[in-house]
Design a protein around this ligand. Sequence first.
Ligand code: HEM
Length: 125
Amino acid sequence: MKSDELTKENINKLVIIFYTKVLNNEKLGPFFVQKLGDDMNSDIWQEHIKLLTEFWYTMLTGLGNYNGRPFPPHAQIMGLNREAFEKWLELFFQSVDKVFDEKIANKFKERSSIIASNFMRNLQL
Ligand code: HEM
């Protein structure tokens, strides 16, 4: 059943589905493995999953506790290119469609597209 509720539990599900795809993708996986390792059960990954759950909850409800700056860590990643961002969005959209109904899925898609464009502009890609 696709959900029509923006709960932290559902967003956590989305985040886990997304990073499972990312780690299995040969283009995108290495960027994450380099920084966080390849074991999604590790403490560092669990922290990342928690952070990203909070990030999306804050983005889409305005209620969460994420008050970090999303862009700076990406400036440290060597070799990022437009192709990587296109793959990121493709896997994110697929994940969103698995968890949420169309109305909520569209919110994630719109917001992620805008952020990805901003990141690419900041990185001059
Ligand atoms: C090819 C594209 C991308 C790659 C390879 C990538 C990779 C990463 C990596 C490795 C980290 C962990 C950095 C660290 O802990 O030092 C990270 C953090 C993060 N990413 Fe991405 N990312 C990408 C695109 C995006 C996009 C499009 C978004 C948002 C729509 C996003 C949102 C975030 C957020 C919120 C964090 C946590 C920032 C913080 O520490 O507060 N990323 N990303």
